[in-house]
Design a protein around this ligand. Sequence first.
Ligand SMILES: *Cc1c(COP(=O)(O)O)cnc(C)c1O
Length: 471
Amino acid sequence: MVYTDTRDKNVSVDFKTAVMNGMNAKTGGLYIPVEFPKLSEEFLKRTPEPSFREIAFEMAKPYVKGEIPDEDLQAIIADAYPFTAQVVPIDPITYVMELFHGPTCAFKDFGARFMARVMSYFNRNEKDNLHILVATSGDTGSAVGSAFHNVPGIDVTILYPEGKISPLQEKQLSTFDGNVRALKVNGTFDDCQKLVKTAFIDEELRSKFRLSSANSINISRLLPQSFYYMYSSLLVRNRILHDSKIENPAIIAIVPSGNFGNLTSGLIAKEMGAPIEGFVAATNSNRTIPDWIASGEYNARPSIATLSNAMDVGAPSNYERIQAMYSLDEVRKMFASYWTDDEGTLEGIRKCHEKTGYIIDPHGAVAWSAWNDIRSGAMQELLDGKASGDYTKPGLTPNIPVWAESIKEKRAVGIVLETAHPAKFGATVNKAISREPSIPERLEKVMKLQDRAIPMTKDYDSFKAWLTANL
Ligand SMILES: *Cc1c(COP(=O)(O)O)cnc(C)c1O
């Protein structure tokens, strides 16, 4: 596969270059495949639908063709995914796609584990280790640390701001041994990021060590997230007739979004033939994308802290990829978009529990609220011209997607993406429903592990001295 760049269509690199570079330093753009090949009709129509790993293999194949042979790709997928997404019906027209069955209980495991194995594969003939530096404000660090833990040929150094992440998050990233270690920096997230960025442009350091990042914009994190959209939409298409007697379903994926990597992966799945009619881009108060869809103007802004903190992104980087793939008009036809504030998020957790018995986390609650509004009259109001159209208030933006009529015709079926286990946000869930979610064993275990974080100042010279002595 040839990969080009969101900012310069003349760029043409292979998969390995796109993965190892992360982004195009020359243009500042993001890598994107030149095409999204459709899977065969025969594969898409199979009943029962293929397994998650079979789908992963078929979808990944064209993107790595000529660079990773089939047997090696199969081994990478088997090693990356001892778990899958779980699709759970919570009412006759709503399924929750649980993406938290990986080791760190959040959806980022899907992307990070594939990326780690691909990087290790491309590094296999190198003499020296590849050193990954990653600054984190919380969840990314644990997914990346866990994904690379014990992966051969790669070391990871995670930098996080001391005292500024939750105790569970801290345990999840500071308790690794072996090839993954964490530095607790006496400073802010921005200080951590600055240390990493300075290291990347430090010629002296780079001449000694092979450095790389594990950024969320890496194409090898984006592609594997498309696997679960394909898997869940085929599964829902096959079972909805049995579950709810809906013959010609319009499947809508509702995506709680921050940096919009997850939603972009959904677009890739749709291009490749997933039976998904449309998307709901659901955000918290960081409503840069809903505002863009409503007004046509894209204004990046500083992020606002919310209860769904992994979605606190004011300048979503994958906007560039969405724009490279579709016009604004196409986006308005494919997406409904929606935002809600913290009050709406708590209300979403409470209402979802009350109506369905399902305990949803604050991120999933933003998506569930969007779907609940859409099916309970908000889309009808838009169709009838009765909506206020004021997109500065929580709710749907005024554009009417092509699938709007399917809501009226009662053929719309929602897949709500649940991106984290509710136990990771127990206090917020408790505030909404006066009840703590039960804790999965793997989270309970990590709380008991010994903290191995190494104290670090935000001063670059001491950071560099530490790297030089310890890498
Ligand atoms: C990262 C994250 C998101 C946002 O995903 P994007 O791909 O950045 O849009 C949503 N929920 C959780 C729990 C996350 O960790």
